[in-house]
Design a protein around this ligand. Structure first.
Ligand SMILES: [Mg+2]
Length: 167
């Protein structure tokens, strides 16, 4: 079995567009005002945001199928800005499969510092995380809503694609 780590925001649920919309209303630049945006993230009602967010390409069912394939040890590896955010994500993920591991990662810590990476797969929508992961000996898989041209990583638009991608 391969160790498979799956990001949450932008891979399982499309949580970011409403946050970015709110940032825009507050005249915050998500690219440069990272501290202010971090504050915004920590103030959000995550239970409400998760309830209002769409799952990406049937991700919840895809995780069930990945589990049933017997090919992967699956963990969710997700950056969080607050314990409230972590709790809301844990609540959402509870019971999807009986064997799911959930690892909340403080926002300013690299995902590579939270677990072993060598030979392990990380599915993430953020290339920066994938770059760090591969530098630490892991296999990066980029999740995007539409297939990307010239993607530097393996590229998927549905988590189900992983079943045939790895032995
Ligand atoms: Mg993400």
């Amino acid at each position: 079995m391969k160790n498979l780590y799956i990001d949450f925001d932008g891979v399982i649920l499309d949580t970011l567009p409403p946050v970015y919309k709110l940032a825009k209303q507050l005249n915050l630049d998500v690219k440069t005002q990272t501290k202010e945006v971090g504050m915004l993230f920590s103030k959000i009602d995550w239970e409400e945001l998760i309830e209002d967010s769409l799952d990406l390409n049937d991700s919840v069912n895809a995780i069930k199928k990945l589990s049933e394939s017997g090919k992967f040890n699956i963990s969710i590896l997700t950056h969080v800005n607050s314990l409230k955010e972590a709790k809301a994500k844990i609540k959402f993920l509870d019971g999807i499969t009986p064997d799911l591991t959930i690892i909340p990662v403080p926002k300013d810590i690299s995902k590579t510092k939270m677990t072993q990476t060598v030979g392990a797969i990380l599915v993430d929508d953020f290339s920066g995380n994938l770059k760090e992961w591969e530098e630490a000996g892991g296999i990066g898989v980029k999740f995007s809503k539409e297939k990307e041209n010239n993607c530097k990583f393996l590229n998927i638009t549905s988590l189900e694609e992983l079943i045939n991608m790895f032995d």
